[in-house]
Ligand binder design. Sequence first.
Ligand SMILES: [Zn+2]
Length: 121
Amino acid sequence: MTLKYCQGPDCHQYTTQDRLKGTKPNKTFQTRRRSSLNYGEFCDTRCQHDWFLKYGTMAVDHFGRLKEVKHLREENAWVKDYNWDRGYENRTYVYVNAITKEQRPLTKEQFNDNNYTLNER
Ligand SMILES: [Zn+2]
């Protein structure tokens, strides 16, 4: 099995016991490696954050910097929601437009269907 290395630039500097490897007198704190990492390329959110602080600007410049405001318009502002009855026993499902506040009824099946949407694609 090949192990993945945490890509956090300072992973080896966090002195947890699981990072301490080797035998005396050659013990070192080492970058974590796992068969699968819980945070994509990173062992934890601290290493993910470290990476972003060091490389985030370069990554944004590489993949394309946003240069104008983006708009969520009325035709794409439908959000699935549900309401409870007075006794909090029965849910009713609705689509709510975040801009107009219009509500449209949804079935439970439509609510749970990730492909069902009123938003334009
Ligand atoms: Zn790490």
